[in-house]
Design a protein. Structure first.
Length: 547
């Protein structure tokens, strides 16, 4: 049970709720007192005839039009009603749940002028597994994620049967869902409709889930690179502590230490410590850049992803609607916390760094399949070279070559592509955060596919390498302690446990490469073999990103 109080939500908790974890509202008297005070302040403003945006006025570029007291409740329902304009694909259920959680968390800060009863509606839906239909398109991330948050808000109050929800395998109208929950449609009070749809919590919910998955992508990408370093007979000198200490960027120092640990105990990695002969006679005295510069290249990736993670975490624990009501002083602030620029920038950053990660891996795979650069492995990692017609993983490299540029394309910035004329020129600066976050989800999807293919390359390469050192293709005894576990998990997910008699791919026609990639991809997304095997790396990466 995750307690929600308006602060302290971490990315892991957001991801857990998106996958079905239950929540409860804080019972802390100070938290509940702030909620009551801010709602009371709105009621007092109405009773005194004070002018408050979105309460006594229309919205945006029409905020110069005033609303009589007898129509203020109607206005709050219209705030949700008139945003039923969405197009495009549905938001995944996990992202909708994250958006609901973050709306709850924002409202629990006590600056939004709503009743506790309204917040409890979201909690009831979440804990019952009732998920409103919301859509990916329609929000520009200014004045909040108005369209998707309106679909969610209209559903939890039962605004109209046209708003639909998923309940298990059923699709219900929201009014029917409320009846099953033992609730009646809720009549909003002044400010409450605006508090439900005016905020950054839809795009930030999508972003938090993308960040959670991207953390796994990053950790696995680093583990794959360690396996490829073993397959390519890399030197461990590139990761020496002294090198990192005299260029002490936090990410570079972290990567150097991580790879020293990942490669510890390997019999394939060359040591160039004093008294040991690590140079290869007749070969380059040093590794090519993708190995030698690995800390310097991937260090900035983890640094920038840490910045993005911190931005999303702060945004997820913010009050982000307009106007905001200070529960201590009663001051009403007409503000711009609804602008999701931090979320948009974080997602642009995340996509750019994922693109850099795959660029690096794609180069290493190219080295791996090319005899001129792979230190004695067969072309395209052919298993049975005596067959005469085998072409190994030649076609799978093309898959990687198609996915990596796609992730590069997704890595282009979104937040600078705004229309300045939005909504009567009122929203003349907007964040495009929802588009940026949806693109991040797409980028992570593609990265997972790439990494599944990269693991096929890594498994095949280390098995062929092991057989060049001593008879037998099971590479377990040659690999570092930590890589051994990831190798065995990926091998099992792709085809079965390591086999001393044959590598992952022996003769091309003995099985489809697609099946091996899909086996790994399925385990990555819904299994536990690879995740458990890479748990130490994932834990360290997670700690760095969220430290």
């Amino acid at each position: 049970m995750i307690i929600v109080s308006g602060e302290g939500l971490g990315l892991d908790e957001i991801v857990a709720v998106s996958k079905g974890a239950k929540i409860a509202l804080s019972t802390d008297a100070a938290v509940l007192g702030r909620i009551e005070a801010s709602q009371g302040r709105i009621e007092a403003a109405v009773n005194k005839g004070e002018q408050v945006y979105g309460v006594t006025t229309l919205y945006g570029g029409m905020a110069d039009q005033y609303v009589p007291v007898e129509r203020m409740v109607e206005l709050q329902h219209i705030a949700l009603w008139h945003h039923k304009t969405a197009t495009g694909p549905r938001l995944p259920a996990e992202d909708v749940r994250a958006a609901m959680l973050l709306r709850i968390n924002s409202l629990m800060k006590g600056y939004s002028g709503v009743r506790l009863e309204l917040i409890e509606r979201y909690v009831t839906f979440l804990n019952a597994g009732v998920t409103p239909h919301a859509f990916q398109r329609g929000s520009i991330g200014a004045s909040g994620d108005l369209v998707p948050l309106s679909y969610i808000g209209a559903s939890v109050i039962g605004l109209d049967p046209a708003f639909l929800v998923d309940w298990g395998d059923e699709v219900l109208d929201c009014v029917t869902a409320l009846k099953r929950l033992g609730l009646e449609p809720l009549t909003l009070r002044p400010k409450e409709g605006l508090a439900m749809n005016n905020g950054t919590t839809a795009s930030t919910g999508v972003a938090a889930n993308a960040m959670g998955r991207a953390t796994t992508v990053l950790a696995l990408g680093l583990n794959v690179q360690a396996l490829l370093a073993e397959a390519l007979l890399a030197t461990n000198q590139s990761f020496h502590a002294t090198i990192q200490a005299i260029k002490p960027h936090a990410g570079q120092v972290f990567i150097g230490k991580l790879f020293r640990d990942l490669l510890e105990g390997s019999s394939l990695i060359r040591s160039e410590a004093a008294g040991e002969r690590g140079h290869r006679s007749g070969k380059l005295i040093q590794d090519r850049y993708s190995l030698r510069c690995l800390p310097q290249y991937t260090g900035p990736i983890v640094d920038m992803m840490a910045v993005a993670a911190q931005q999303i975490t702060v945004e997820a624990n913010s009050a982000n609607d307009n106007p905001l009501v200070d529960p201590e002083t009663g001051e009403v602030y007409h503000t711009g916390n609804f602008l999701a620029q931090y979320t948009g920038v974080a997602m642009d950053t995340l996509r750019a760094q994922l693109a850099m990660l795959l660029k690096h891996l794609d180069v290493q795979i190219a080295m791996l399949v090319t005899p001129e650069f792979n230190n004695g492995l067969p072309a395209s990692l052919v298993g049975n070279t005596a067959h005469g017609l085998n072409m190994g993983l030649k076609s799978l490299q093309l898959t990687c070559n198609s996915v990596a540029p796609l992730v590069q394309f997704y890595g282009r910035s979104m937040v600078d592509l705004y229309p300045s004329h939005a909504e009567q020129f009122n929203q003349n600066i907007n964040s495009q955060a929802m588009n940026a976050a949806n693109l991040a989800r797409d980028s992570v999807d593609a990265c997972e596919h790439f990494l599944a293919a990269a693991l096929v390359f890594a498994v095949q390469a280390v098995e062929l390498r092991a057989n060049t050192v001593r008879p037998g293709f099971d590479a377990s005894d040659m690999l570092s302690t930590r890589n051994r576990a990831v190798y065995a998990a990926a091998r099992t997910a792709a085809l079965g446990a390591p086999d001393a008699e044959k590598p992952l791919l022996w003769n091309d026609t003995e099985g489809f490469i697609q099946d091996k990639v899909e086996g790994i991809l399925t385990d990555l997304r819904s299994g536990s073999l690879i995740r458990d095997a890479m748990a130490p790396t994932l834990s360290e990466v997670n700690a760095f990103l969220n430290g």
